[in-house]
Design a protein around this ligand. Structure first.
Ligand code: ATP
Ligand code: MG
Ligand code: MG
Length: 594
């Protein structure tokens, strides 16, 4: 593990643990059912955080930051992070999303178990409590039913520097409001005909405190509660209650909720003083959301890419979804490292996409087995092979380490060496031959001597071309006695070592060369049409030749293709041996041989 850099949240948590802020929670009045809810009593020496996605889409790299943060803090301070589905919006949820979210969190390396107990919750389980909390607010004079139209309410809300105007319904008695609210619950009124509003301050400089709506009428079947309710709590009302019922200590969210914090606190104070919730109540803290260059992190826009077939699905390796990153070849460790490295701050900034790629390289550098692949093949014929070794179809084994010496830790057993054949014909990269070499070119050109990496030193003699002048074959002579790892290996000095795969043992493979999905570093900034910013060259598929150790890969196995970068055997389409399919995750930091 990398050293954990402190940040403002860690300081707050350490301070709360020192002071025992949450050591004794208690109720002002008679404990309501909040005392008995599923989260159980809180160990005062522990913190509770939560990750509360709406199950309305696939998680993306921004959520990964939040997951690593919330679960990571709980882990580091011996606390618990609750996995909570914020499913208070009846229309948008789907079990496909629920399952994909649970999967994503676990894949990233986290879980919601602690002390043998599962901490998996859904906000809709608290609808009964939320309803009672609303009735309490009405009874205590803190909420009223407003029958103005939506437009009237909007107009009366005022604006920055312009106070709002009280609703004509604001002065109703608690009895009148309670009766009306129960009618709302019982289905006596049309959708949208009235709302329950908190009664706070129509002149507050914070517009969120100008009597925000807390319950609305909406006839919709909910995936958990079915048709039991035709009124649903607003997110801003539901969320603080969810946190409090689960005895969350530190409720961490993104900066756009900063203006909601006064309402969060207002609601906590009212419900604590009414004895419905224990105090100290949870506290909300805001951090800057992840903005990553060349990436879109809006579920709605990502959904559009899927439904408009701009990508092959949520798990397209170009998608910034967690399933997409996973299929692309990112590892949980690389994403955790990324989250740690970008840290948490209180002001918005952009993170360069290369930071994420750098974390992947760092994670795979000492893990990913090496292998050779030829991505743009042209055939090289060793014209003196039969003369040197007795027959054209003679082959010989070559061996190379799966990991370089530098990747093997003290006392660690190196993995078995790779074995591949060399014969009279090998595939090389088209760019590794130049009939007329540019200045400084060290690879194959007539008269030059290079090494086939892990094989023999060869001397280039020329090439064959078709009518259009395209090189169809490169010709060279093998220099016997120069094989890598034999005593004569250094007897002839080679100018360069090139990668290759023998025709005898190479396996044809589909290689998907992914590039960034967008050409614009800020594809959805400033009202731009992000579809216009799509990179037309974000996927290039080539037929390559790979050495046998690569063709035998298990799906999801990662490799470093020498000189090219990191590749993964596609989780979905790769079939070991018979139909290898690889995705390029990212190139090597330094381009090879330049
Ligand atoms: P979207 O705007 O893409 O729909 P959301 O914020 O509505 O995302 P939720 O399901 O409500 O998605 O998010 C769950 C948690 O993930 C929230 O706590 C939210 O703050 C956090 N989160 C979402 N996007 C980011 C981001 N880009 N960076 C950091 N945290 C994020
Ligand atoms: Mg949301
Ligand atoms: Mg959002």
């Amino acid at each position: 593990g990398e050293h954990k850099v402190s940040n403002f949240l860690r300081q707050i948590i350490e301070n709360d643990l020192d002071k025992g802020t949450y050591a004794s929670r208690h109720w002002a009045g008679t404990p309501g059912d909040a005392a008995h809810h599923a989260a159980g009593p809180l160990d005062p020496a522990k913190i509770r955080t939560r990750f509360p996605p709406e199950p309305n889409g696939y998680l993306h790299v921004g959520h990964a930051k939040s997951i690593c943060l919330n679960f990571g803090l709980a882990r580091d301070y011996g606390g618990v992070c609750h996995m909570r589905f914020d499913d208070t919006n009846p229309e948008k949820e789907d079990t496909e999303y629920v399952n994909s979210i649970l999967d994503a969190v676990q894949w990233l390396g986290f879980n919601w178990e602690a002390n043998g107990q599962s901490h998996l919750f859904q906000a809709s389980d608290y609808f009964d409590f939320m309803y009672r909390a609303a009735e309490y607010l009405i009874t205590a004079g803190h909420a009223y039913v407003d029958e103005q139209t939506a437009e009237q309410m909007r107009a009366a809300r005022g604006d920055f520097g312009k106070p709002g105007v009280d609703s004509p319904f604001r002065s109703r008695t608690p009895e009148q409001n309670l009766a009306r609210f129960r009618e709302m619950r019982d289905g006596a009124h049309e959708d949208g005909s009235m709302v329950l509003r908190a009664k706070i301050d129509m002149a507050s400089p914070n517009i969120n405190l100008r009597d925000p709506a807390i319950y609305r009428i909406r006839r919709a079947t909910h995936h958990n509660t079915g048709d039991k309710w035709c009124i649903y709590p607003m997110y801003t009302f539901a969320h603080p209650i969810e946190d409090a019922l689960e005895q969350i200590t530190h409720s961490i969210c993104t900066l756009e909720f900063e203006d909601q914090r006064p309402f969060y606190d207002w609601l906590m104070d009212r419900l604590c003083e009414g004895g419905l919730l224990a105090h100290p109540a949870p506290h909300q803290y805001e951090f800057a959301r992840l903005n990553l260059t060349y990436v879109i992190t809006s579920k709605r826009k990502l959904a559009q890419l899927v439904y408009d077939h701009k990508v092959s699905g949520w798990d397209d390796p170009r998608m910034p979804t967690i399933v997409g990153l996973r299929r692309r070849g990112y590892t949980p460790e690389s994403i955790q490292l990324f989250a740690e490295r970008i840290g948490v701050t209180k002001s918005d900034s952009w993170i360069d996409y290369s930071t994420l790629e750098g974390c992947l390289r760092e994670d795979l550098e000492n893990k990913a087995h090496r292998g050779m692949a030829v991505l743009d093949p042209v055939k090289l014929v060793l014209t003196n092979w039969a003369e040197a070794f007795g027959a054209d179809d003679y082959t010989e084994d070559c061996t190379q380490p799966a990991l370089p010496h530098s990747a093997i830790a003290e006392g660690q057993t190196p993995p078995p060496e790779r074995v591949f054949k060399i014969g009279n014909e090998v595939w090389i990269e088209r760019e590794d031959f130049e009939e007329v070499p540019p200045k400084g070119y060290k690879r194959l050109f007539p008269g030059n001597v290079v090494r086939l990496k892990g094989g023999y030193v060869i001397e280039c003699t020329g090439c064959a071309k078709d009518a259009s002048g395209t090189v169809t074959e490169v010709h060279a002579k093998v220099i016997p006695g120069t094989k890598s790892g034999t005593p004569g290996a250094d007897s002839v000095k080679a100018k360069a070592a090139i990668t290759w795969v023998s025709v005898a043992s190479g396996v044809s493979a589909e290689v998907r060369l992914y590039d960034r999905l967008f050409s614009d570093p800020n594809p959805d900034a400033g009202g731009k049409d992000f579809i216009e910013a799509l990179n037309p060259n974000s996927l290039k598929v080539v037929t390559a030749y790979v050495e046998p150790s690569l063709a035998a890969a298990k799906p999801d196995q990662k490799f470093q293709f020498e000189r090219f970068g990191y590749f993964v055997a596609d989780r979905v389409d790769h079939v070991a041996g018979s139909k290898p399919v690889f995705n390029r995750v990212t190139g090597l930091k330094d381009s090879w041989g330049k």
